[in-house]
Design a protein around this ligand. Structure first.
Ligand code: HEC
Ligand code: HEC
Ligand code: HEC
Ligand code: HEC
Ligand code: HEC
Ligand code: HEC
Length: 461
């Protein structure tokens, strides 16, 4: 009976936490779409991809039961074979190109993808509140509160067990049983101590969290003027880090590539799978490239904002299917073209020259204090340390963030542990003694510390 009750409490808690994630979500939809459909379909671009753009797909299937759309996605040929009128119409336009079958997709997963497809292709959602820390961390205190709640319920159930057990022994002694009310149970010493403990845990967590963030900004992930994804470039498209950060090998600074580097590819790739014209047009607007004619514009520096606006609105407008995206309004009553143009202005105009033209001003993620000296080429070219050792798996990050603490302790402990690649590295020729010691077996390795990596003046001006 009691055990049943405990089970029941648990079931409730689990059900409650599961319900937080149940149902289709845009995020899940995006992931599914990118993994299964993006190779042939674009969300809302007119494009020469294999399949049709999917924006507005819900409307096109609206005349039929929802399950027909599910059936299409799971096995389009089977639905065509039933003589389904719309399925045959689409097939008529695209045959003999076949769509893959996705028999394993659930209704919910398909609904998730439709949510993603329906999302307007405008600029990204508003920036997270200032302070820089990643927005998803906001969720953490709630996790703690949820946890505390669960523990509280558990404590409550245990107290009932104690109460019942004591009643059993009271019965043995011939005393009448006591039934404590919920209020009585909650005001026992144990319960109060527990509540205090939980409160301290929650607020203590917040306080420590804020304090550590103030000093150094590990995980710092500022908003950038363009949604540039390392995952798409360095990950999926396997572009070498040094193709863009080409000075890392040669100089102190690793540097951020200029728009010219981007244009090596983006004269050809004018639209993105995720953002359509929304983000890549910002590169064009910064250096005056006309994507319609494929030419750079003369005297772009002297163009008025109105001229720039006309050009890029025309470009964005012609690239969207007028039926869906142009007339689709967001919650502020703006069209996709208007939205994207505003995104361009916001990204490019508020920089030092007050104009749209000019370099893209990226927000620095890493920033050592002035008194510390760090040199990339020393680490990348001489030390042969991989970028990922210090920056994490950048090729998996959509938005790059500060992976390491960058504190002095971090530098020092790596210098203590890391063996320098002494052999066949000209840079270390001068260290004759170490070479001799290595040869004679007196020493089995040379660390960065051994070559002076812990000397203050090496890192401090
Ligand atoms: C191999 C390429 C390919 C992949 C992958 C693919 N499709 Fe398709 N899809 C097509 C083609 C081609 C058509 C046009 C009809 C035809 O030829 O069968 C189409 C048509 C459609 C249609 C009907 C379009 C309309 O305007 O009503 C929907 C809906 C659809 N696909 C959804 C999806 C979803 C969802 C996925 C991912 C789970 C997906 N497709 C993956 C090629 C693909
Ligand atoms: C296609 C060009 C490109 C490639 C390839 C690329 N990056 Fe970047 N990287 C950028 C741009 C643009 C920025 C500035 C925007 C941003 O911070 O997201 C940047 C920023 C960074 C930053 C943060 C700089 C700061 O502000 O402190 C790091 C670290 C970084 N890249 C590391 C890497 C590593 C490691 C790789 C290889 C795995 C790599 N990048 C590949 C273009 C590129
Ligand atoms: C070596 C080639 C190359 C370089 C250099 C390059 N890109 Fe890309 N970029 C790509 C490819 C490939 C895609 C994927 C296009 C797609 O989504 O189908 C892409 C996509 C994008 C997207 C759109 C992502 C989406 O799906 O919406 C943006 C924004 C972007 N790049 C920005 C930049 C910026 C900024 C630079 C310069 C710092 C840059 N790229 C340099 C090849 C490159
Ligand atoms: C030994 C650690 C380490 C390695 C290896 C390393 N970085 Fe860095 N990186 C840093 C530190 C520390 C900073 C901050 C420098 C500053 O603020 O002066 C930084 C800053 C950057 C920046 C911001 C611009 C700048 O130069 O300050 C970029 C971009 C970058 N790194 C890219 C790379 C790439 C690409 C590689 C690999 C080719 C790489 N890093 C390898 C530690 C490292
Ligand atoms: C992942 C390991 C690693 C981290 C982290 C690291 N370093 Fe290094 N560092 C090395 C290696 C390996 C060398 C050896 C390269 C060489 O011989 O110059 C080196 C060499 C140096 C040197 C030259 C030492 C000498 O005697 O010539 C300086 C200066 C330096 N690092 C500064 C820093 C600073 C500042 C930081 C922190 C912001 C840092 N390093 C973080 C691995 C690291
Ligand atoms: C391998 C590089 C390296 C060496 C060697 C090194 N430091 Fe630092 N030091 C740093 C870096 C990086 C910072 C900045 C850390 C930060 O921003 O929190 C720093 C910060 C400091 C600070 C400021 C306090 C702080 O936390 O910001 C002092 C003081 C300092 N170092 C003293 C020294 C002294 C004294 C030595 C020699 C015994 C030394 N350092 C050796 C890299 C080094």
């Amino acid at each position: 009976m009691l055990l049943k009750r405990i089970c029941w409490v648990f079931t409730l808690v689990i059900a409650a936490s599961a319900s937080l994630h149940a149902g289709p979500t845009k995020e899940a939809g995006k992931e599914l779409f990118m993994a299964n459909c993006a190779s042939c379909h674009n969300k809302n671009m007119k494009d020469n991809l294999t399949g049709p753009a999917l924006a507005g797909v819900e409307d096109r299937w609206a005349a039929f039961p929802r399950k027909d759309l599910y059936a299409w996605i799971r096995n389009s040929q089977a639905l065509i074979a039933t003589g389904h009128p719309y399925a045959n119409e689409v097939w008529g336009k695209y045959k003999p190109t076949l769509m893959n079958n996705f028999p394993a997709l659930t209704d919910e997963q398909i609904e998730s993808m439709i949510l993603f497809i329906n999302e307007p292709g405008g600029p990204p959602p508003p920036p997270p509140p200032p302070g820089g820390a990643a927005a998803e961390e906001e969720g953490l205190p709630w996790l703690f509160i949820g946890l505390a709640g669960t523990l509280l319920l558990l404590a409550f159930a245990l107290m009932r067990i104690v109460n019942n057990l004591s009643n059993v022994s009271r019965a043995k002694d011939g005393l009448p049983p006591t039934e404590k009310t919920a209020y009585q149970l909650l005001t026992t010493k144990g319960a109060i101590a527990f509540l205090v403990f939980a409160t301290v845990l929650i607020f203590g967590y917040k306080a420590v969290d804020n304090a550590t963030r103030m000093g150094r900004e590990q995980n710092y992930k500022p908003d950038q003027p363009i949604n540039f994804s390392h995952k798409i470039h360095a990950g999926i498209n396997k572009i070498d880090c040094q193709y863009c950060h080409d000075t890392a090998r040669r100089s102190k600074q690793s540097g951020i590539p200029g728009a010219n580097t981007c244009m090596n590819c983006h004269t050809a790739v004018k639209k993105g799978t995720i953002s359509g014209t929304g983000e890549i047009t910002k590169i064009f607007a910064s250096i005056g490239y006309d994507p319609i004619t494929g030419k750079y514009m003369d005297g772009y520096d002297n163009w008025s904002e109105k001229q720039i606006e006309d050009l890029y609105k025309k470009w964005i407008g012609q690239e969207y299917m007028s039926a869906n995206s142009l007339t689709a309004l967001d919650e502020n009553g703006k069209s996709v073209v208007e939205n994207q143009w505003e995104g361009i202005v916001k990204a490019l105009k508020d920089d030092s020259n007050g104009k749209i033209q000019g370099p893209i001003e990226w927000t620095r993620v890493h920033n050592l204090p002035d008194h510390a000296y760090f040199n990339h080429s020393q680490h990348v070219a001489v030390g042969q340390v991989a970028c990922q050792k210090c920056h994490g798996k950048v090729e998996e990050m959509d938005v790059v963030f500060q992976y390491s603490t960058l504190g002095m302790g971090w530098c020092i402990s790596c210098h203590r542990e890391t063996e320098v690649k002494f052999k066949d590295n000209d840079y270390y020729k001068q260290y004759e003694r170490y070479h001799d010691e290595l040869k004679s077996g007196k020493r089995d390795k040379v660390t960065v510390e051994d070559i002076g990596g812990l000397e203050c003046q090496k890192c401090h001006y």
